[in-house]
Design a protein around this ligand. Structure first.
Ligand code: NOJ
Ligand code: CA
Length: 600
């Protein structure tokens, strides 16, 4: 819950960290690497931008994408087999969620060997074939860098836990207990304490996520050098960058003091504000990133709007972009779902746009593997409005001044899963929350499950729906997680054949975006922030000006254009419009969930 009062309460905790950030802000890294300087010289609204500003990224969650050997688990060959589908859609970059060797306590976000491919997904030859297939099609690959923590089965941790004097001991954070309990009151995101006692030495190790995900100790220069080596290993293979998992968490608070009581429900604001985060990122940039032509995007959980430029201002030589979670968490308090309003959503977009400024750049996304399905979340997933609202959301997402990140299946309007009981969920987070909230008696099972149905990460992890064949064509075996039963109605095969489908609306939007620099680089302005039904904004670059109108309701809305604006032509509609606009029109009758891009 990132409310104003919550932020105020935490402000004293964060003040120290912020002071350090601001000092760093005033002394930009003026290293002599030319690639980075090119970026710094390229303000956001110029067409000679680096490739990653104009890229369109598609996130693949490999476990659920496409299974080619019938074991019920998606694999790398399955992605290679679908490259033409992605190319035809119009995406040019894939973000691959972790594909590394892992015992899968958290579906690959717990890595046992950073240089090996997860055996369920294939092997290095398969990876290289995937990359070659992408190169052939002019596509780029970015991979997940998960280095806040490793798996407890990584050989570093296997060594580290053996004895206090093991050479790998300092690769992780070990502390003595306090009064027979954990060293401090840090909670884990997956339930219980963030400390686990290890019998071999009687000390505790730190894990912000599951016990099987021990946090790496970035204070140790050897750990940082190992991470840099891993990055070079994959960049030398030809990947084009990284999505960095919970990257702000890598620097831990000095002395690891207890969290103040108010911070316990949202420890991310403290975990994300360690004193050396910007030092580590600048070092990583200097040692590795500046030597390659990369895209970097940080998962910036716990980072406020005010702090965002510290990561993304090109003059600071850290990351290209971060994911802001304020939009997808607009209606959330942890696992609880709250109401949201359109003016709140619009205000969030406007703030995200402002954080980009002239020297930074943003991401635009409405879902990923950690969030519910976009159409169920912000649209209307009833049979009548699912397609129109999914197209309206696509229009909004793809006309922001930011690099868009599509999540697999959203181009088909895939919906949340009709979960019934606890047994339908796979997610490690759900198991931990169940223990903390339901088994402890704090919350009733019914209440928890009612919220979870709408907020669970598993909503986005059900397999891709490729066709109306059994299991949606995802697998010929038993899928690792049940396929949404609506696959006969919602699947790729039928949409690829239907020019009026959600898939084709995405395809057309991506085409229009590619041909219209103003939709990528142009200034964003919300014309009507308080309107509870219509999102109306302009995108302006030099003398080119476009207007986007999106009706977020099931009603027809008569809309007078603000500020005396007049329509010159329609650029792209989502299929809902019933009237064709005459040049000079100053008002529009917006149909339910109509989303139209006009030229002014
Ligand atoms: C964020 C990832 O997106 C999520 O899936 C994972 O569980 C945590 N980080 C821990 O790696
Ligand atoms: Ca498989």
């Amino acid at each position: 819950m990132q409310t104003a009062s919550f932020r105020r309460t935490l402000s004293s905790v964060m003040l120290g960290a912020l002071a350090i950030c601001q000092t760093a802000m005033g002394t930009p890294n003026t290293g002599s690497d030319t690639a980075r300087e090119d970026v710094a010289k390229t303000p956001a609204a110029r067409p000679d931008a680096p490739w990653w500003k104009e890229a369109v990224v598609y996130q693949v969650y490999p476990r659920s994408f496409n299974d080619t050997n019938g074991d019920g688990i998606g694999d790398l060959n399955g992605i290679t087999a679908k490259l033409d589908y992605l190319k035809a859609l119009g995406v040019d970059t894939i973000w691959l969620s972790p594909h590394f060797d892992s015992p899968n306590a958290d579906n690959g976000y717990d890595i046992r060997d950073y240089r090996k491919v997860m055996s369920e997904f294939g092997d290095m030859d398969d990876f290289e074939r995937l990359l070659a297939g992408m190169n052939k099609r002019g596509m780029r690959l970015i991979i997940d860098l998960v280095v806040n923590h490793s798996s407890d089965e990584h050989r570093w941790f296997v060594e580290s836990r053996r004895s206090k004097d093991n050479p790998y001991r300092d690769y992780y954070t070990w502390r003595d207990g306090k009064d027979g309990a954990a060293p401090n009151n840090y909670p884990s995101f997956f339930g219980g304490s963030a400390w686990k006692k290890d019998e071999a030495t009687g000390q505790y190790y730190l894990h912000y996520f599951a016990g099987k995900q021990p946090d790496l100790n970035w204070e140790n220069p050897e750990v940082r050098a190992e991470v840099h080596d891993i990055m070079r290993f994959w960049l030398d293979k030809g990947v084009s960058g990284f999505r960095m998992d919970v990257i702000p968490f890598i620097s831990k608070q000095d002395g690891l003091p207890d969290l103040p009581a108010q911070a316990l429900a949202h420890p991310e604001f403290v975990y994300a504000n360690g004193p050396r985060i910007h030092e580590y990122l600048q070092e990583m940039n200097r040692e590795v990133l500046s030597r390659y032509d990369t895209m970097t995007v940080g998962e910036a959980f716990g980072i406020t709007f005010e702090q965002a430029p510290l990561f993304t201002d090109a003059r600071r030589h850290e990351l290209n972009m971060i994911f802001h979670f304020d939009l997808v968490r607009l209606d959330r308090d942890g696992w609880r779902k709250k109401d949201w309003t359109l003016p709140e959503l619009k205000a969030t977009y406007a703030r995200i746009d402002r954080t980009g400024g002239d020297h930074g750049w943003n991401t635009s996304f409405l879902g990923n593997h950690d969030n519910p399905r976009a159409v169920s979340h912000f649209g209307d997933d009833s049979p009548e409005w699912r397609a129109a609202s999914a197209k309206a959301l696509a229009t909004m997402m793809l006309t922001q001044r930011a690099t868009p990140f599509l999540y697999q299946g959203d181009e088909l309007g895939m919906t949340n899963y009709p979960f019934r009981g606890l047994e339908d969920y796979d997610d490690v987070e759900v198991k931990g929350q169940w223990r903390d909230f339901v088994e402890s008696g704090k919350v009733s099972a019914d209440e928890y499950l009612a919220h979870l149905r709408q907020t669970s990460r598993d909503n986005a992890r059900t397999p891709m729906q490729w066709s109306d064949a059994p299991n949606g064509g995802f697998t010929t075996g038993k899928p690792w997680l049940a396929v949404n039963p609506n696959y006969p109605q919602v699947n790729a095969a039928s949409q690829v054949d239907d020019p009026g489908s959600i898939y084709h609306h995405y395809r057309r939007l991506l085409e229009v975006r590619r041909q219209t620099p103003a939709l990528i680089h142009g200034q964003f302005r919300d014309l009507d922030p308080a309107n509870p039904k219509v999102f109306a904004y302009t995108r302006t670059l030099d003398d080119k000006r476009y207007l986007v109108l999106i009706n977020f309701t099931r009603e027809t809305v008569a809309y007078d254009l603000p500020e005396g604006l007049k329509i010159a032509a329609t650029l792209l509609d989502n299929g809902a419009a019933q009237e064709s606009m005459q040049p000079g029109a100053a008002s529009v009758t917006l149909q339910p969930w109509q989303a139209t891009i006009y030229r002014l």
